[in-house]
Design a protein around this ligand. Structure first.
Ligand SMILES: Nc1ncnc2c1ncn2[C@@H]1O[C@H](COP(=O)(O)OP(=O)(O)O)[C@@H](O)[C@H]1O
Length: 285
């Protein structure tokens, strides 16, 4: 059985319903000597009842943070903000830092806090201008330093830590494909890992694209075996300490994925106390 900690703190259905958005971020006066872009990005902390959810997704590369955060973002009506996507958008641009970033990302290393925070603050400001409410953060924070900077400017209600065995993570990363045209993510890996030392086995069917995307599939340049292993090493070194950081704050919800999306999604909703919310949304649709 998957180990699920049922979360009963702020993420209840009533909390989600109560979450009314009020734009909270304002850009402070420009200061050319500011050490970090967030220093200029002042946010008024709002009571959770006056805004939408502000959650963080933690988990190793390939665990499925993007998949589950994206589904929850549709369900809850909050933006899914993935710093990996922001970095890749920057790579695809002709901006001055693109070349420097390509090298770092293709080695599986972390981009500097300054760059990633600048990209995130730009994204948050653009969302604010559009009247966005709350967020699901995926891929940020990735270090204790980033977590401390984030804590200095905004409240995080809940941190969802998704977990899978390392052998599954590597297979999943190597099977990842993106449609070069529509940008959707797929996975061609068929995973069947036997249970060991009392831990359950895991099976995941491939997530295949429709025929219209089939000939346009591309693999991320950082999804080679060597780079994936380096990203996992860096995750264990730099990002795993975040688990204790948020556990000590009573915000961490651990979730061992029991399998692919069909098995994991209902259980994740249950752990988040969102299962009834999902049913009501489906009936209303
Ligand atoms: N918070 C962050 N801090 C530093 N680098 C980041 C951050 N988020 C993303 N990146 C960079 O973007 C790359 C891709 O990120 P992401 O798509 O989240 O990949 P994954 O979770 O599969 O490793 C990372 O390997 C890293 O170079």
């Amino acid at each position: 059985m998957a180990a699920i900690t049922r979360f009963s703190k702020p993420s209840t259905i009533s909390h989600v319903r109560r979450c009314l958005y009020s734009a909270s971020a304002v850009v402070a006066e420009s200061n050319p000597h500011a050490p970090s872009p967030f220093t200029n990005y002042k946010i008024t902390r709002r009571d959770p009842s006056e805004r939408n959810v502000q959650w963080v997704f933690l988990g190793s590369p390939g665990v499925g943070k993007g998949t589950y955060a994206s589904r929850l973002s549709t369900l809850l009506g909050v933006p899914h903000i993935a710093t990996g996507d922001l970095v890749r958008e920057e790579l695809a641009s002709s901006g001055s830092i693109a070349k420097q970033l390509t090298e770092i990302v293709n080695q599986g290393k972390l981009v500097s806090d300054e760059i990633v925070i600048s990209l995130l603050s730009k994204r948050l400001k653009a969302g604010e201008a559009k009247g966005e409410s709350g967020f699901l953060l995926d891929g940020f924070p990735r270090t204790i330093n980033q977590a401390e900077i984030l804590e200095g400017i905004i409240d995080i209600d809940l941190v969802v830590n998704l977990r899978l065995p390392e052998s599954v993570l590597i297979e999943k990363c190597l099977g990842r494909r993106i449609c070069g045209q529509c940008g959707k993510n797929f996975n061609v890996a068929s995973i069947n890992v036997k249970g060991q030392n009392g831990s359950p086995g895991i099976s995941m069917a491939p997530l295949l694209p429709p025929s219209s995307c089939m000939s346009k599939l591309v693999t991320r340049s950082d999804d080679t075996e060597e780079v994936v292993k380096e990203r996992l090493r860096i995750y264990n070194e730099k990002s795993q300490p975040l688990e204790d950081y948020y556990r000590n704050q009573g915000k961490l919800m651990e979730f061992d994925l029991p399998g692919g999306i069909p098995e994991s999604w209902p259980k994740l909703l249950e752990a988040l106390n969102l299962d009834e919310f999902d049913e009501r949304q489906s009936v209303a649709a």
